[in-house]
Write a protein that binds this ligand. Structure first.
Ligand code: AMP
Length: 625
């Protein structure tokens, strides 16, 4: 027997939720449903979003109401329009096999006449945000005198948003003997007061301890200097190629600025904040929900109640002022039993705040290190390799091109082709990251730290210059081979060569200052297995400090990055290589529809810089302002 049937849920509802993939009740459903089905209890549920609480109260409501009658029998109050629509849709889905169920969503920012019309037609369940609900009550357009159940969802948020008085006024129009079910992620004293005021001996249900966030969330923090915050943030994103995240800022302006900078740098991001019209917010949310948007940059208020599954990361670009907000932010990830990561990017002075949050949520943060450029390149390389391995081949469409492709590759061995495919992408990341500085505040402050070893930067010996070469161990070089390769091709003595730092697909090596020019000149005419050997001064780049990363990834020269400006950012260059990489990347990570859209967005495919702006993205933003 289906476990939901065991809890007392009827078959037509069980069938509907089974289609949704609800096979076993979540803990809150398991505990709340039997109690609420009795219809005789008030309830206070301390539960995060993402625990399945909508079904926990929604399924009992559908069991208890009389749908032969068409008057308001249940009222659900919630803080935001997004949550209101979410609950309404959920109830409609759960009841899709039932007859005569009328659920109406009542929220601000939408046409009130439509909502009044729907109410007039007859409704049993009203899902509402407090402000608009009160407006409708004041117009005497609804009668709550026979309401049997009131649900206060995300009660703490409603109070945070200043709805206390509205809630009082609304509830005063409902019968005193109704049952009240209150859900809240946190239990501040204001919520306690509400519970006391409107409930009699409520059944108390706690998922986790007070204020505790979801156990499936791991909390991490990175300490960076304030001026490196944006670069550090981008690096975290680059280190997580499959990220599908919500990034929290403290102000609307910051939200807008970060989103704009990200878009400019070629990331798939957009902002969500209170200065956008409802229509614009809906549009952004739709794109995010459909995964056509990878990073949603939001304020606390705008992101309240967002219920999007599979959010992999919540990033606190700025820490919230209130502990409660941290709980709400992190609760956007790890929904429905999934795992999630909540990241805070802080400076040294904010460590105290992290400790406060730790105490508040009863969980420890892990201190993480901003990955170095090498780590990012490696991660992206293997993400690409993984995607290539798993890509779905459209046999029918590709068939016609295969003979020509085979012909192109006929002189290359399998290993060589693989190496080149990987390099095509990897070189771009390398180009961007090869001299990336260490962004961890502690190691910046402590120069004796040994991080330099893995970082691309390392101190150069006195009298020597550090050079970069685009060949490395994957090209079958050992350090000895490399020394020979350098000496044979440049005619310099082995004594003039200093440290050789052999990496995967590139090498850093030192030569005496006096022979730098000679080495650079000599390699201009050298090729290795049909590839140009490229030599660059490593120091030139290193001198740029963190500024290197503050530049747009979209701004890389097309020539240099091998036809596509590469990376995610560089792929905004509008060239085919860039966009195809982006497209396949999205497919692999489930970001649907993305490649086509991006091509449209780019428009300026012939830009010589390889980094034309994404016209669609910035244009949309301009219209908003
Ligand atoms: P909620 O806390 O109600 O916002 O639910 C969070 C997410 O979990 C929603 O996407 C629900 O569809 C999903 N969900 C709720 N209950 C279950 C269940 N028993 N099994 C699987 N998914 C569920």
């Amino acid at each position: 027997m289906n476990p939901f049937s065991t809890l007392g849920i009827r078959h037509d509802i069980v069938n509907a939720i089974t289609e949704l993939g609800f096979e076993t009740p979540t803990p809150i459903q398991e505990q709340a449903i039997p109690v609420l089905l009795s219809g005789s209890n008030d309830l206070v549920g301390l539960a995060q979003t993402g625990t399945g609480k909508t079904a926990a109260f929604g399924l009992p409501l559908l069991e208890l109401l009389d749908f032969e009658e068409n008057y308001p029998q249940a009222l659900i109050l919630c803080p935001t329009r997004e949550l209101c629509l979410q609950i309404t849709n959920d109830l409609k889905t759960y009841s899709k096999n039932m007859s005569n169920v009328n659920v109406v969503a009542v929220y601000g920012g939408a046409n009130i006449s439509d909502q009044l019309r729907q109410i007039k037609r007859g409704v049993q369940i009203v899902v509402a945000t407090p402000g608009r609900m009160l407006d409708i009550i004041n117009r005497k357009a609804i009668d709550f005198s026979q309401v049997g159940f009131v649900v206060l969802d995300e009660a703490d948020e409603m109070l945070n948003m200043g709805f206390q008085e509205d809630i009082d006024s609304i509830l005063s129009t409902t019968p005193t003997d109704k049952k009240t079910w209150l859900f809240s992620a946190t239990m501040p004293s204001e919520v306690r007061r509400i519970a006391k005021k409107y409930m009699t001996d409520p059944f108390e249900l706690t998922m986790g301890t007070k204020n505790t966030g979801n156990v499936n969330i791991s909390h991490e923090y990175y300490v960076v200097r304030a001026r490196d915050k944006y670069a550090a943030f981008k690096r975290i994103v680059d280190f997580n190629p499959e990220i599908f995240g919500i990034v929290f800022c403290r102000t609307k302006i910051e939200t807008q600025e970060i989103a704009e900078a990200l878009i400019k740098d070629g990331y798939n991001a957009d902002s969500l904040h209170g200065d956008l019209s409802q229509q614009q917010r809906d549009k952004v949310m739709k794109r995010y929900r459909e995964r056509n948007l990878q990073l949603l940059i939001a304020t606390d208020v705008a992101a309240r109640g967002i219920d999007v599954n599979d959010v992999t990361h919540v990033i606190n670009y700025s820490l919230p002022d209130e502990l409660e907000n941290y709980t709400h932010r992190s609760g956007r990830t790890a929904r429905a039993g999934k795992m999630g990561i909540s990241i805070a990017i802080i400076n040294q002075k904010e460590l105290g705040k992290i400790r406060q949050i730790e105490r508040g949520i009863g969980k420890q943060f892990t201190k993480s290190e901003i990955p170095n450029g090498f780590d990012v390149c490696e991660k992206q390389l293997f993400a690409l390799v993984h995607k290539v391995h798993n890509v779905e081949v459209n046999e029918e469409q590709i068939e016609q091109y295969i003979p020509r492709i085979m012909d192109e590759f006929k002189d290359l061995e399998k290993e060589e082709i693989i190496k080149r495919f990987a390099s095509l992408e990897f070189n771009r990341f390398l180009e961007y990251y090869k001299n990336a500085p260490d962004l961890n505040a502690s190691s910046q402050d402590d120069r004796s730290s040994d991080r330099g070893d893995r970082s691309f930067k390392s101190s150069t010996s006195e009298g020597y210059t550090r050079l970069f070469m685009n060949l490395g161990s994957v090209d079958d070089f050992t350090r000895g081979d490399m020394l020979g390769f350098i000496c044979n091709n440049t005619k310099i003595s082995g004594k003039s060569v200093g440290k050789i730092d052999l990496k995967g697909v590139f090498t850093f090596f030192e030569v005496e200052n006096s022979v730098v020019e000679q080495v650079q000149q000599a390699f201009k005419t050298v090729d290795y297995q049909g590839r140009d050997v490229r030599i660059e001064l490593a120091g030139e780049r290193e001198g740029g400090g963190s500024g290197r990363e503050s530049g747009s990834r979209g701004g890389f020269s097309r020539e240099r990055s091998g036809g596509g400006s590469g990376h995610r950012g560089r792929s905004t260059g509008g060239n085919r290589e860039g966009s195809s990489r982006e497209g396949s990347s999205r497919e692999g990570s489930g970001f649907r529809d993305f490649s086509g859209k991006r091509r449209e967005d780019r428009g300026n495919s012939s830009s010589p810089s390889g980094g034309p702006r994404r016209e669609g993205g910035t244009g949309e933003r301009r219209r908003r302002n």
